[in-house]
Design a binder for this molecule. Structure first.
Ligand code: HEM
Length: 545
């Protein structure tokens, strides 16, 4: 490209941006905050503030459909209305697509696997992946989760026994992240990362704090570039991202994950030929892909197959780990809930012993109402995936459960959206919708799940408990059963064995936006994810039923 071409391209893009900025918006009457910056719009408010704070404020002040500004006067809608979200994510198929920028982001962190794919390619990849994630398959993974949780408990037990007071402050965010990396390694790939026992592989070392180091509180320039990238052809974006030094850690992880994935896929293909069927997700994927060989149009090529390992590591590690960390945070802030949960776990333990078993089964986990209420409430209150970006590929009309008041005073029962409309589905704002979760939606209260009628299911959304946490429809989280089972298994082991208490640092905990939400301490972002909790052995006196 010579300098004349670059200058001409700049003039054309600039003129186009100006034209878009001065054109009357189709959403001129949708209420929303005023923007103080033509260049940045509200991008920083939404993506730099602690997770959810801006979303909650806008929802309270303007309603469930909020017009806000992207860079250079462009329009976005933030949506938390249940019916509108249902339409976009659950019933409209591929008519609302992931924005190209978000797909490029997925490519950057996880390659051209399921989270990146779109349309027919996505449909094909998802079809091959689905068998590994069914309900019976997820149940087979329970022993992996229980043993990784037990390994963590055993490390902590040794450390507590070695301390004079048998009580220590642990950064549970770090420990749980290690244990969930081991869990996904074993359950998804039959691979030992050795993270809990500090025998980390090179790959597991690179994964530690990857998201917060690369994306923690993004700068204004990074956010502006991300928003403006919609004017840049995707191939150019790919080139820029591949050569951006800011992403060097991600590139190192990707190279190493690629080599590891290749080794694992070759090994699993060999075992399959020998008729040795393993139950981990990657083995099931390799098997499903071989079975699709009669119809090459259905098969994944090698690049796609290898990319799925990165997708699963990226999508299934920090997500579950951070959710568990926030469950412990809430159980520390509400000690009576922690005691109640321990009591339920020990009662179940007794029943398991009475029938002559030692291992907890998936049915045992399902039979614990309070455990399940704590899991649901944590996923509702602290969703780790925050925003879902979509663009309409054709004109549409969004129905509303709760009408909004237009700037003209008119009551709108639906919102007409032209092709090209960009929306942000707000998971935190929907998850605290008072018309769905009750007038106490801003309180952590697991009992809402136990009191009939407290949670209203008049509009069904999502794959689990009417929450937006795992998204909905054709792009919903494929690993949600995996995540729920993992949370149940870990909570049982941890709460049975240990008592968790607050430390002064908890007052400074932030819900950090690092692409995924992650816990940090005010002013200490450089130290990575943090959740320092006091940990001691749990007393047996909680046994009293
Ligand atoms: C608490 C834990 C988890 C949460 C909150 C969560 C949430 C989500 C959300 C919101 C999406 C949709 C993203 C989008 O459309 O942009 C998603 C997609 C996905 N998740 Fe999860 N996830 C969790 C755990 C897992 C686990 C354990 C796995 C795998 C073992 C997994 C694998 C995936 C994959 C592969 C996708 C892409 C699906 C597609 O595009 O078709 N997730 N997840």
């Amino acid at each position: 490209m010579n300098s004349l071409t670059i200058a001409l391209s700049g003039i054309v893009i600039g003129a186009y941006i100006l034209y878009k900025a001065t054109k009357r918006s189709p959403f001129w009457n949708i209420p929303g905050p005023k923007s103080n910056s033509f260049v940045l719009g509200h991008v920083c408010e939404l993506l730099q503030n602690q997770v959810g704070l801006t979303d909650f404020e806008w929802q309270e002040n303007y309603g469930d459909v909020v017009r806000f500004k992207g860079s250079f006067g462009s329009d976005y809608l933030m949506i938390s209305d249940p019916k509108a979200l249902q339409r976009i994510f659950q019933t409209s198929g591929y008519r609302w697509r992931k924005t190209p920028q978000r797909r490029e982001f997925s490519r950057l962190v996880a390659g051209k696997g399921l989270a990146w794919a779109d349309g027919d390619v996505h449909k094909r990849q998802r079809k091959i992946m689905l068998p590994g994630f069914s309900a019976p398959e997820a149940k087979h993974l329970l022993p992996f989760f229980s043993s990784c949780a037990a390994a963590l408990c055993s490390r902590w037990t040794d450390m507590l026994l070695a301390s004079s007071e048998q009580c220590q402050v642990f950064n549970v965010a770090d420990w749980i992240s290690r244990a969930t990396l081991d869990a996904i390694g074993q359950a998804a790939f039959d691979y030992d990362f050795g993270a809990t026992n500090n025998q980390d592989t090179e790959l597991s070392k690179l994964y530690q704090n990857l998201m917060i180091k690369t994306f923690g509180t993004p700068s204004k320039t990074a956010l502006l570039m991300l928003d403006l990238s919609r004017y840049i052809p995707l191939s150019v974006m790919e080139f820029l991202d591949n050569h951006n030094p800011r992403f060097s850690l991600i590139h190192r992880v990707n190279n190493l994950a690629h080599v590891t994935a290749k080794y694992l896929v070759d090994m699993k293909s060999g075992l399959l030929l020998e008729g040795k069927n393993k139950k981990d997700i990657m083995s099931l994927l390799v098997k499903a892909n071989k079975e699709a060989s009669q119809n090459p149009k259905l098969q994944l090529n090698e690049e796609e197959l290898l990319a799925q390992m990165r997708v699963l590591l990226f999508a299934g590690h920090e997500t579950s780990g951070t959710s568990l960390t926030f469950a412990l945070f809430e159980l520390v802030r509400n000690p009576e809930l922690q005691t109640r949960l321990r009591k339920e776990i020990r009662n179940t333990e007794r029943k398991i012993a009475e029938r002559g078993d030692v291992e907890v089964t998936a049915q045992d986990l399902e039979s614990m109402p309070f455990l399940n209420a704590v899991v649901k409430e944590t996923l509702r209150f602290h969703p780790v995936a925050v925003h879902l970006f979509r663009v309409a590929v054709e004109d549409d009309v969004l129905p509303l459960m709760k009408p909004i008041v237009a700037t003209t005073g008119e009551i709108l029962q639906e919102v007409v959206v032209p092709k090209g409309t960009r929306i942000v589905g707000s998971i935190p704002a929907y998850n605290r919708h008072e018309d769905v979760f009750g007038s106490d939606a801003f309180t952590f209260n697991p009992d809402r799940w136990l009191n009939p009628g407290h949670v209203k299911n008049s509009v069904s959304l999502g794959v689990y408990a009417n929450l937006a946490t795992f998204s909905a429809g054709i792009r919903s989280c494929i690993g949600w059963r995996f995540a729920v089972l993992e949370m149940q298994a870990f909570l049982v082991e941890l709460i049975k064995n240990f008592e968790f208490a607050a430390t002064p640092a908890l007052d400074g905990i932030r819900r950090e936006p690092a692409f995924l939400m992650t816990p940090s301490i005010e002013g200490e972002l450089d130290k990575g994810s943090q959740m320092p909790l006091k940990v001691a052995f749990a007393k047996r006196s909680d046994d009293d039923s």
